[in-house]
Design a protein around this ligand. Structure first.
Ligand SMILES: [Fe+2]
Length: 186
């Protein structure tokens, strides 16, 4: 496969120092790199900025730009996209870790949503970083290779039904129930 793993996903932040504090102290990531330029290296456009990287356990990163002269939302979020759509999900190792993290984040004053079960595939909690980016901590809850293969085999059918209907009034065709995911192999 060409793409081996996530290197980084990058977003705009309001304040780099506040962002460093949040990602290192609240989420425990490693602050591995900061680069500063007056001109965007790829385009040459004048935009003084700092680009900061935070590393996870597997070596992948989440990264941010503080670029105060650029137009648009300082957080970089698209105001026309619902707030729950754009988000970044970190994987944690167990349900126990997820629930402990929820408690710790709440103790630090964050508003945490969840845990939410997504299709018996993953379970997640949600909160916002200081710039307003939605973050997710998630744990894989389906470890059965047969069921995982079923999910992958089924994905094109899910997409096809969506393309036909653009709602889920016919969800029983695929999911076995009008709510939840009561598939035959469950
Ligand atoms: Fe997600």
């Amino acid at each position: 496969m060409l793409c081996k793993k996530l290197h980084h996903a990058a977003f705009r932040c309001k304040d780099a120092a506040e962002t460093v504090k949040f990602y290192t102290e609240v989420l425990g990531l490693k602050f591995t790199h900061a680069m500063g330029e007056d001109h965007v290296p790829s385009t040459g456009k004048y935009s003084p900025h700092v680009h900061i990287f935070f590393e996870m356990e597997d070596g992948s990163h989440i990264a941010f730009f503080e670029c105060p002269l650029d137009e648009g939302e300082p957080s970089g979020r698209d105001p026309k996209t619902p707030g729950w759509v754009q988000h970044f999900a970190f994987e944690v190792d167990s349900m126990e870790t997820l629930l402990r993290a929820r408690q710790e984040l709440q103790a630090k004053g964050l508003n945490v949503v969840g845990p939410t079960n997504h299709d018996d595939f993953i379970t997640s909690i949600y909160f916002f970083d200081p710039s307003g980016h939605r973050l997710e901590l998630t744990v894989r809850t389906c470890l059965d290779p047969v069921r995982l293969r079923h999910f992958a085999d089924e994905a094109p059918q899910v997409l096809a039904l969506w393309n036909q209907t653009h709602d889920w009034s016919q969800r029983e065709k695929l999911f076995g129930a009008q709510s939840g995911y009561a598939r035959q192999d469950a």
